[in-house]
Ligand binder design. Structure first.
Ligand code: NAP
Ligand code: F7E
Length: 383
């Protein structure tokens, strides 16, 4: 019999990669999905199996992190060997608009999982992974940040995750539970939600190249993030639960980059050079040059003439509405502990991550370009 895993947040970026990874390893994967008025399982539809089939390896349960009885019932029914608690209201800017809900889901939600495992007498059987975050470091107290760096949260999201981090440590120490925190720095992929900065950029750059969109409005271009690929990071989550003793680990690449440089690199990837000028809300990024060979190869010849006409035009603009009341200016992680104890090593560097995201978004956005040509109204989702 293979192992049984329960994934909260299975419909999210990490949940989707994690499910695929565990199924390949022979696990039976159970996931909690929210009821919504539209289908919300796009990221895992390729793994979906008809509920009438026997011996399925992917089973979905309706649930919500705010509903204790539902969490306890599902854990009781599933009797998981491993729980990956990935569900969260995970958008930092949105957490300023919905602070109470974010605290309930991201903070108390973690308590609900831990307490359910304890009440169901599963403490010896079930190992728990808690999705902690580099946002805990906030106003950073040390560079680079490692497991011993003091936390200084800078958003309702980070404050909720701080509670989740410590309640996980507390249950480990109080009840001898195998409960671990992965302190993961930003990780991205073609499955990343469209309003996180990297995906907002790769989608917008693709749409500008294809002539569907004129420009994009961004927030703080100077903040720095340590970006890795989600495919590498879910492997670290798995390894954390396979150790002899439970512990907490930083997972990061050790390289930090500004939002501005991420934008420049995304354009360069498809043969467009952009140059930034001005400061603050007046800063803009203009198309400076097209490298035809690269553009034709990555985007297509039929789009070349249109983009050439746009040399000198501003395609990146700043709208202060995307600034945050309190910002996390710099994140860079030191994952030495994970590299030595887990033998974890990321395969993707930033250029490979951008190449993967741009390739998938150009392909995806071409569908929109053809629909636009056929007369359909194409919406811009940039919030
Ligand atoms: P994501 O794409 O936003 O996915 C979040 C998941 O949580 C989705 O499946 C979402 O369901 C679900 N969810 C939200 N509210 C819920 C609720 N009330 N009850 C049940 N499920 C709920 O996030 P991600 O990037 O995969 O991140 C996974 C976890 O790692 C999150 O806890 C995040 O905070 C944390 N984290 C992420 C990063 C990163 O850079 N990606 C770094 C550090 C930590 P719907 O699909 O229905 O919305
Ligand atoms: O912002 C700046 C923004 O929303 C990154 C979550 O997965 O990683 C993520 O949180 C930076 C910030 O991610 C825009 O101000 C500029 O400095 O992509 P983000 P995040 O806030 O770092 C951590 C580790 C998590 O745990 C979270 O769950 O980019 N920025 N202009 C912008 N950000 C957005 N979203 N949109 C902009 O237009």
């Amino acid at each position: 019999m293979g192992k049984v895993a329960l994934i909260t947040g299975i419909t999210g970026q990490d949940g989707a990669y994690m499910s695929e990874y565990l199924i390949k390893k022979g696990y039976t994967v159970h996931g909690i999905k929210r009821r919504s008025s539209l289908f919300n399982t796009d990221r895992i539809d390729h793994l979906y199996q008809d509920p009438h089939l026997e011996n399925r390896n992917l089973i979905l349960h309706y649930g919500d992190m705010t509903d204790s009885m539902n969490i306890t019932r599902i854990i009781g029914e599933v009797q998981p060997d491993e729980i990956y608690n990935l569900a969260a209201q995970s958008h930092v800017k949105v957490s300023f608009d919905t602070p109470e809900y974010t605290a309930n889901v991201d903070g108390l939600g973690t308590l609900r999982i831990l307490e359910s495992v304890r009440l169901l007498n599963l403490t010896d059987k079930t190992r728990i992974y808690q999705a902690s975050t580099s946002e805990l470091y906030g106003l950073v107290q040390e560079i680079p940040q490692k497991e011993t760096t003091p936390f200084y949260p800078r958003s309702p999201y980070a404050a909720a995750k701080l509670y989740a981090y410590w309640i996980t440590v507390n249950y480990r120490e109080a009840y001898n539970m195998f409960a671990c925190n992965g302190i993961l720095f930003n990780h991205e992929s073609p499955l990343r939600g469209e309003t996180f900065v990297t995906r907002k950029i790769t989608r917008a750059v693709s749409r500008i190249a294809l002539g569907i969109q004129q420009d994009v409005y961004m927030g703080n271009l100077s903040s720095k993030r340590d970006w890795g690929h989600a495919k590498d990071y879910i492997k670290a989550m798995y390894l954390i639960l396979q150790q002899d003793t439970p512990d907490d680990y930083v997972i990061a690449t050790g390289v930090t980059t500004t939002i501005r440089d991420f934008i420049e690199k995304s354009f360069t990837e498809i043969g467009i050079k952009v140059e930034f000028c001005g400061t603050g809300a007046e800063e803009t990024g203009k198309i400076a040059e097209i490298i035809p060979d690269i553009f034709v190869n990555k985007v297509g010849e039929s789009f070349l003439e249109n983009i050439r006409k746009r040399i000198g035009e501003a395609v990146i603009k700043v709208d202060p509405k995307y600034f945050r009341p309190t910002e996390v200016e710099l994140l860079i992680g030191d994952a030495t502990k994970a590299r030595t104890k887990l033998s974890w090593e990321p395969k993707y560097n930033l250029d490979a991550l951008i190449e993967d995201m741009m390739q998938k978004d150009i392909k995806e956005m071409k569908k929109e370009a053809y629909l636009k040509e056929a007369g359909y109204r194409i919406l811009n989702y940039f919030e």
